[in-house]
Design a protein. Structure first.
Length: 224
């Protein structure tokens, strides 16, 4: 299934959406429209973890496999979309959970988009069936609650080089609920690299320092 954008489900008429000079107020107002538009359009795919945990068993009763992707996905880019497309081929129901803002550790001014807008952007993709904002730093508890048949990570995690140490824990979690870990294999982009390269807010010399620091053995690991 392709991951084209769904049509319809707009957040509201333009005349009802005043423009704010400050980004924070604009994001806050946009999030209000997202919450208000919940029962309509693609935003109805956005649930919380408890709702999904109650909903998914009935879908499995109809011989549907649940596939679960998890990450920050900020900003959403073609690599993420290809990842979702491949993941969907491993089952029938694709669930995507996003790391909440408070646990995103990717440097200053991140995430670029708050969790509500990251969830909305993913929900707008046709191949995605449900989206939820995670409640924990990693996906371990989420896997235990949702019990996916397949938990999917990108090919960049295949070599177990994830500095957070999450992959072995997530694999153990999905195995404990009767599922399996799979990796997609397509074009890979680093969202952090894209942001630092094209949306840089610091001088080049300081960005070089940050890159070297991030690559050093003692650097704190970002939450994926």
């Amino acid at each position: 299934m392709s991951c084209r954008l769904l049509e319809g489900g707009t957040a509201g008429p333009e005349q009802d959406r005043p423009s704010y000079p400050r980004r924070g107020l604009l994001v806050e107002r946009e999030a209000e429209f997202i919450r208000r538009d919940g029962p309509h359009g693609f935003r109805s795919k956005i649930k919380n973890i408890t709702e999904l945990a109650a909903l998914l068993p009935s879908l499995r009763g109809h011989d549907k496999k649940v596939v679960h992707c998890h990450g920050v996905f900020d900003p959403l880019h073609i690599g993420h979309i290809r990842h979702f497309e491949q993941a969907k081929k491993l089952g029938q129901i694709l669930v995507v959970t996003v790391t909440p803002d408070q646990y995103v550790n990717k440097g200053p001014h991140r995430p670029v988009f708050p969790q509500e807008l990251r969830a909305e952007a993913i929900a707008a993709l046709q191949c995605v069936d449900f989206v939820a904002v995670n409640e924990w730093p990693m996906a371990i508890q989420t896997i235990q609650a949702l019990r996916p048949d397949v938990f999917v990570k990108g090919s960049e995690f295949r070599s177990n080089t994830d500095r957070t140490g999450a992959i072995p824990l997530e694999q153990a979690a999905v195995t404990s609920v009767g599922g399996r870990l799979e990796f997609t294999d397509d074009i890979v982009f680093s969202a952090s690299t894209l942001v630092n390269r094209h949306l840089a807010v610091f001088p080049e010399e300081f960005r070089a320092y940050l890159s070297n620091f991030a690559a050093s053995p003692g650097a704190p690991a970002p939450i994926q």
